[in-house]
Each structure stands twice: as C-alpha cells, then as structure tokens.
Design a protein around this ligand. Structure first.
Ligand code: AMP
Ligand code: MG
Length: 500
C-alpha cells in the first residue's frame, strides 16, 4: 500500500486560495497511517456542473456563504483538486458479501477529504483508488441522485443515516449496462467505518492494527465504553454497536425501508444507514419483498433484514474476539441485539399508533394488522397516513382507510379495537401524534426515477422539489400532493441492482 506520508500532495482546485475556502479541516482517520488509508491523486472529471446541494447541511459544516455557486468548491467536490487543508485518502476494508467471505473490497470509489465540524467529508465516485479492484472508481448520475435523495429522506424521517451534501455531474461517459454519465456524491458522517474494517485486520491477524482501529472508534465515538466497561472496552463496544444497529433496524422495519445489500461492508460501526444502492421503500406491504435485482435468493428480503443485521453483528463479534477474549461474554453482548430490537420495534409501532410508549395492548393489534396489510397488498405509507387522519375523529362514515382493503369487514373490526385502545384519550391528540410518526412522503422508486430522468436532461427541478418534501416528510406540503399518492403501474418495471 502506498504511504500517505510520502505520496506527493494532490494539486489544489483552481481558485482554492481565495479567502472563501479557509476552512478548519482536520485529518483524524487519515493520520491512522498507511495500514489504514492510502493517499490518492485526483482523477479529474471534465466540465463538472452542480446537480443538487444541501444548504442547511453546508451551514452546519461551516461552509462559506455561496459555496454552492463557487468554482473552487465545484472542482473540489468533484475530486478535481483540493481545498487548502483537505487531502485525498481511501480507507481499506474487507467483508462478507451475501453470506460468504469476500476478502478485501474497498474502498474502491470513496475518497476521504478530511473532517469539518467533526464530520468526515467523503466523495463517492471521484475516481479509482488502490482498492478499486477491477472497478472504475466512478458512480453514475442515476445512483448519485438516489443516494443523495435517500440520505436526506432518511434524515427527514429521523432514521440514523449518513448524510449527503451535494451531487456534481460531468458528461464523461461511464459504462454500466449501457453508457451513462458520471457524478460524484459528497457524503457526510461522523465516520464511515464499517464492520468490514474490523474484519479486514482481524482476518489478517493484524492485531495491533485491529486494536488501534477499535481504540480510534471508542475514543472518538464511544468514549462511554472506556468509562463503564468493567475493564473490557471492546466488549462494551460490541454491546453498544449491537444496540445502535437494533435501533436502526427497528426504524427500517417500521417505515418499510429495504436496504437491499446488507453485506458486512455496508454496516456502519455507528449504526447509520450506509451505502444506498438498490434500496426501496415498500409500496404495498409485502414481508417477502426483495428490492435488489441481484439478490436472487432473497437473502436481504424485507422481513429478513433484522436477522441479517444480527448475522453481520456475529461477523463483527468474530472480528473483535482477539480483543475481547471472553467468548461467552461476547455472545451475551451481541445477543442483547434481540431485546434491543424488540424494544425499539415496539416503541416505533407504539408511536405509529399514537401511543406515548409501548403498550401491552398494541401487540394483539399489530399481530392482526400486518397479515391484513399483506393479504390485501395495502400501500404501507398511505395506510398509516390515512389511519392518522382517521384517528382525529374515528368516524364510521370515513372510508379512506377501509377503501384500501378488500376485506373491509376485518378492517372495521380492527378499527373498533384500535378505537377501544384509545378510549379516554383525546382523538385530536392521538391523530397529531400519529401524523408526526407516519410520514406523508417517502422516496418511492418511481419518484427517484422521475428526478433522474429530468436530471439526465439537465432539469434539476424535480430533484429539488423532492428534496423539499423529503426533508420534512411529516407535514402536508399541499403544493406537492402528487408525490403522496400510489406508485404508478410502470414503477413495477424499475430494476435496481448492486453497485452502479
Ligand atoms: P457495494 O456493493 O456498492 O457496497 O460495493 C462493494 C465494494 O465494491 C465497495 O467496497 C466499493 O468500494 C467497491 N466498488 C463498487 N463499485 C465500484 C466501482 N465502480 N469502482 C471501484 N470500486 C467499486
Ligand atoms: Mg458498499
């Protein structure tokens, strides 16, 4: 691997010296050394242009006013040159893909610029790295837009996720199944470290590096693991990651989010939703739904996701064993995932039903409801939103919910049971709580597709419109009603698979 300390410095972006670009960059992960990161040189994309940007996120990072129109920022966030204080590094990791050990995987197309306001700034698609294997290091406009919109949609939903600052495009041709054009997403997260980083060093029996990585993660993101560890901070780390992962999964299942590629290299050590590829929000509620065209076995089907997260946590456990030492204690720590997932799921469902906290009565209601939703292929998002409005009056003459079902009788029985659970509570308050827990807008595949098609013709207005509704998905947005309806029939033909 190349040595980050001896590699020639990458050239600066044109105009980067101006006062506008004086940012306080830190290089936290990059200073871990050459076993962890390799310095990379820019592979410029011709004539970049802005596709999308996130002004609020830019502000929170301390970016200067007007960065979204600035040439040096456009160049730097396309990976064409550096801003003063930033650098270009790629981290190394391995992982399990679709249940099998895959060895070293990446990072083949992500370039870390450094940290701003304690957030790592990473370019995805800015060109090859020493870990690109046979890949071109690029991303296409289609996948960059999907990642940008979904990161911000998840954030708007209150689900732990990496963020997206902007997308820049270039008309350079990128070959996938057909010719497409290039784009770069700038991603933001406290850390992009994955389970696969730990597996990398552990499988190679590089124990000092494994320990340095774990210490880095604990010191920066889980300092409580040193304080309350009972002398084994690595065991405490495993427990904390299990808890965070369980919470993330509970949110995914409650909102109907399918990730699509839950390989261990796509699992964040911080419990953030990471690496948006063939993801999909459910239209009709279908537990067995498979969103990834390449997942022929259904390993990552919607209802399998909680188990797959647990499976990945076992990969992490295995990787941490040389540091933890005690196998029984490690098993106990990772197994807390189950209870955390149950508790977090119950809380999410309680909130969806307008309760303040998990309630023993909700279980019978849920057990009855989910098979009904599945049997009648009811749209998941629309059901919960209509139910939230219905709850304001719980009116027998309001058929908006019942109209979603073939078996209307059964739904009516369920609504009576729901009503009786809420007896004595103000219906307006129940409804208001439900409207804060059940989004009106999720990023359905067809919505992303419409934004992509417009953007491919250089019209970025659909993308901007979606950004507006998705960053606040719980409010009505009357001007954008069209994005709150059922998916059109053609949406069923959209096929999305792994890396693009
Ligand atoms: P994914 O399935 O997108 O999580 O990708 C698996 C691994 O392949 C990641 O570590 C990526 O860094 C790498 N990869 C994906 N696409 C490319 C590409 N076009 N060029 C280089 N590496 C890639
Ligand atoms: Mg990945």
């Amino acid at each position: 691997m190349s040595d980050s300390t001896t590699h020639p410095a990458a050239p600066q972006a044109p105009g980067a010296e101006t006062a506008h670009t004086q940012l306080q960059w830190q290089q936290r992960y990059a200073t871990m050394g050459p076993e962890f990161v390799a310095a990379i040189q820019p592979s410029p994309l011709p004539e970049p242009y802005w596709v999308a940007h996130n002004t609020k996120l830019g502000q929170s990072l301390g970016l200067p006013e007007g960065w979204q129109q600035s040439e040096p920022f456009l160049a730097a966030l396309t990976g064409n040159g550096l801003l003063p204080g930033s650098a270009m590094h790629a981290g190394v990791y391995s992982g399990h893909q679709f249940g099998a050990w895959a060895g070293q995987l990446g990072d083949g197309r992500a370039c870390l610029l450094g940290d701003l306001a304690e957030q790592e700034i990473q370019l995805k698609g800015a060109g090859p790295t020493p870990f690109s294997r046979r890949g071109d290091g690029r991303a296409v406009l289609r996948s960059a837009i999907r990642e940008f919109l979904c990161s911000e949609a998840m954030h708007g939903l209150g689900i732990p996720t990496t963020r997206a600052l902007c997308v820049t495009g270039s008309d350079a041709t990128i070959w996938r199944e057909t010719a497409e054009t290039a784009a770069v997403v700038t991603r933001v997260a406290p850390s992009f470290i994955r389970f696969g980083h730990f597996e990398h060093f552990s499988k190679r029996e590089q124990i000092p590096q494994l320990q340095a990585l774990a210490d880095f993660v604990i010191d920066h993101y889980y300092p409580q693991c040193r304080d309350d560890s009972g002398g084994n901070p690595y065991l405490a780390l495993l427990g904390e990651v299990s808890r965070k992962t369980a919470e993330m999964l509970a949110h995914w299942q409650a909102v109907g989010f399918c990730h699509g590629v839950m390989n261990s290299d796509n699992m964040s050590i911080l419990g953030l939703t990471l690496d948006y590829g063939p993801f999909q929000f459910l239209d009709a509620f279908a537990p067995g739904h498979i969103c990834n065209h390449s997942d022929t076995e259904g390993r990552y089907a919607f209802s399998e996701q909680p188990n797959m997260a647990y499976w990945n946590l076992y990969c992490l456990t295995d990787a941490l064993m040389p540091l933890i030492g005690d196998e029984d204690a490690a098993t106990e720590a990772v197994d807390t995932y189950r209870a955390h997932f149950q508790a977090a799921s119950q809380l999410c469902l309680a909130q969806k039903m307008g309760l303040y906290a998990a309630d023993p009565r909700q279980k019978a209601l849920t057990d009855m409801l989910l098979p009904m939703l599945a049997a009648d292929q009811v749209d998941h998002t629309i059901f919960w939103r209509r139910l939230s409005h219905w709850a304001a009056r719980m009116d027998d003459e309001d058929f908006a919910v019942m109209d979603l079902f073939v078996n209307r009788q059964q739904m009516q029985t369920w609504q009576y049971a729901f009503e009786s659970m809420h007896k004595g509570m103000g219906t307006i308050d129940v409804s208001a709580r439900m409207l804060r827990a059940n989004p009106k807008f999720v990023l359905r595949n067809y919505m992303a597709q419409e934004a992509i098609q417009a953007a491919q013709a250089k019209d970025f207005s659909v993308l901007a419109q979606l950004q507006t509704v998705l960053e606040n998905p719980f409010i009505e947005h009357p001007a954008h009603e069209r994005w709150a309806g059922f998916a059109p029939d053609w949406a069923a033909s959209i096929a999305v698979s792994c890396s693009s």
